[in-house]
Ligand binder design. Structure first.
Ligand code: PLP
Length: 332
């Protein structure tokens, strides 16, 4: 099996900002781009991106999930990085164009087409350490993906880190490469030392998120997750799952969750925990590791509520139930 996100469609849509205006988007080869070695993105990490998915329905139609949310977030990341402002309508058209062009390549369920808009600062200017790139490039690449879990119900092991941080506190809502780079060493160490799959960052004992996914605690009819603030990435999957949970009658609580409360609740027999994100949708967490202790979450297995919420979301994505929230955009 090839690794998630390592196969690409041969073409992409691309536009450049020359300091004044965006060029008319074009479909070009996705094999390579040309950049000056002193390009701002390579020196000072002016880059942000998005991740969303297109789904093939049984009637043959291809639909994209909550594209408006991803466009708004790309725009926000761009602004927070001081990069040339994007035109959300133009980027939306670029996404529809390229997904439409490769509509026949969108995998059947449980696969989908992962869509990756990327915005990079291209100005060759190594003197601009404290200034933004005047020029930039925005492209949308596509990667057909299978089921992240490939049918197995394995649960994740998370190391709780109550000392470190995923990223600088003012960068939490930016979906950018720099944040991933800053979390990488901590995750690598956690893999090597305690065989953790991911690190759950809990600065000062406040349960936040992992390197690339939001965290939800499910205890009976309560769904608990951190309230939106500037310190973490506001996931579209998080929002979708919370919306579905509310409508199913769960008591959704967006609030501070301390490591202490998390560990107390996790030990209860029926407790569940999960990570939410576009790639994995909702991934069950079976074990928490904290200061040398190993705590099993509930039964340690994938729980029924996690399954039910995941199913409800994927049913909408693949058109198996009515799109009552208007989350899908037609491509074909
Ligand atoms: C992308 C991302 C998420 C998940 O966001 P979705 O919109 O649900 O895919 C969560 N945390 C971080 C740090 C991310 O980069």
């Amino acid at each position: 099996m090839t690794a998630f996100g390592s196969v690409f469609m041969p073409e992409m849509t691309m536009t450049r900002f020359d300091g004044q205006a965006w060029s008319r988007p074009q479909i070009v080869s996705s094999e390579r781009i040309e950049l000056h070695p002193g390009a701002h993105v390579l020196q000072y990490a002016s880059t942000c991106f998005e991740g969303l998915k297109a789904f093939r329905h049984t009637d043959g139609k291809v639909k994209i999930f909550r594209m408006d949310r991803n466009l708004a977030r790309l725009s926000q990341s761009t602004d927070l990085l001081g990069m040339p402002a994007i035109d959300q309508d133009m980027v939306g058209s670029m996404i529809l164009d390229i997904v439409g062009r490769f509509a026949a390549e969108v995998p059947e369920p449980p696969g989908s087409m992962y869509v990756r808009p990327s915005h990079i600062g291209t100005e060759p200017a190594i003197g601009k350490a404290a200034a933004s790139s005047a020029t930039s490039m925005l492209y949308v690449i596509l990667s057909p993906v299978g089921d992240y879990f490939a049918g197995n119900d394995a649960t994740l092991r998370l190391l709780l880190d109550d000392e470190g941080m995923r990223c600088a506190p003012h960068m939490g809502t930016v979906k950018c490469g720099g944040n991933y780079a800053s979390a990488l060493q901590v995750i690598q160490k956690a893999r090597a030392s305690v065989q953790a799959d991911q690190v759950l960052f809990c600065p000062g004992g406040d349960v936040q998120e992992t390197g690339a996914a939001n965290f939800l605690l499910i205890d009976g009819d309560e769904v608990i997750t951190k309230a939106l603030d500037q310190s973490f990435l506001h996931g579209v999957t998080r929002d979708s799952i919370l919306t579905l949970a509310r409508d199913m009658g769960f008591k959704v609580q967006e609030r501070e969750l301390s490591v202490q409360e998390l560990l107390e609740r996790a030990r209860k027999p029926g407790c569940e925990a999960a990570l939410s994100g576009t790639a994995a949708v909702l991934a069950p967490v079976g074990t928490l590791l904290h200061r040398g202790e190993e705590i099993q979450v509930g039964s340690g297995l994938a729980g029924p509520t996690t399954r039910k919420l995941r199913q409800a979301l994927t049913d909408i994505q693949w058109g198996r139930t009515k799109d009552t929230y208007g989350w899908l955009t037609d491509v074909t």
